[in-house]
Design a protein around this ligand. Structure first.
Ligand code: PGA
Length: 250
């Protein structure tokens, strides 16, 4: 069964309200209605405005984070129900900046991932090794441990699970993984999902590549058999470069 590629823009802590709306409108206008799934994850405070800008388009609204509790005394946090309330369809968990800048533990990441999936949303779970881990030949062990933050017992629908492989040394550095480096880890991820669930389930999960993906390198990466899309940071902040990647995926 063919996997429809999924290209998602992670805007991180960028844009202000007017530029977020402008970018969302341009992405909505330029995104194809079939052959590729497109999403954007703006900062929390602009979700509502971006939802309105995307109205009527096929572009999915995403959030960069979510807390695992449903409601209550958790100052500053945002629940899955709140995200659903403003039209969010997918949520990132385990992004390297949350792991390594905000020091989220594997346990916290796992709880957030469970809350996102159990809340009915598409879970985009990010994994990836740091440079010293790659140099120390620990890439596959690190990625496997991060996949095991997910609980196969509670995740049954492969259409609502997306894995983003993002080598930390490639994020925001301009230095992407080579096509072969990406394919090697993507194939390992699918094999590991096959063991955690089963090969049929693993064959339906989309695995995105992230880390300095841009129009110039997108096609080579997306042509790899186990690369099913991209999670785009810097190149997602301009409609032109983001849409060029979207079209490369189609
Ligand atoms: P980048 O970010 O495309 O700017 O490297 C990717 C990501 O962190 O999702």
């Amino acid at each position: 069964m063919p996997r429809i590629p999924f290209i998602a823009g992670n805007w991180k802590m960028n844009t202000l309200k007017a530029s977020a709306i402008e970018l969302a409108k341009a992405v909505a206008q330029g995104s194809p209605r079939s052959g590729v799934e497109v999403g954007v994850a703006p900062p929390f405070v602009y979700l509502d405005a971006v939802a309105q800008a995307l109205a009527g388009s096929p572009v999915l609204l995403g959030a960069q984070d979510a807390f695992y509790e449903k409601s209550g005394a958790f100052t500053g946090e945002i629940s899955v129900d709140m995200l659903k309330d403003v039209g969010v369809k997918f949520v990132l968990t385990g992004h390297s900046e949350r792991r390594h800048v905000l020091h989220e533990s594997p346990e916290l990441v796992g709880k957030k991932a469970a809350a996102v999936y159990n809340g009915g949303l598409i879970l985009v779970h990010c994994v990836g090794e740091k440079l010293d881990e790659r140099d120390g030949n620990k890439t596959l062990a690190v990625v496997e441990a991060q996949l095991k933050e997910l609980n196969p017992q509670s995740i049954a629908d492969p259409a609502r699970l997306v894995i983003a492989y993002e080598p930390v040394w490639a994020i925001g550095t301009g230095r992407n993984a080579t096509d072969a480096q990406a394919q090697e880890v993507h194939a390992f991820i699918r094999q590991t999902l096959g063991k955690m669930w089963n090969p049929d389930f693993a064959g339906r999960v989309r695995i995105q590549y992230g880390g300095s993906m841009k129009p110039e390198n997108a096609k080579g990466l997306l042509d790899q058999p186990d690369v099913d899309g991209g999670l785009i940071g810097g190149a997602a902040l301009k409609a032109e470069s983001f849409l060029a990647i979207v079209n490369a995926a189609k």
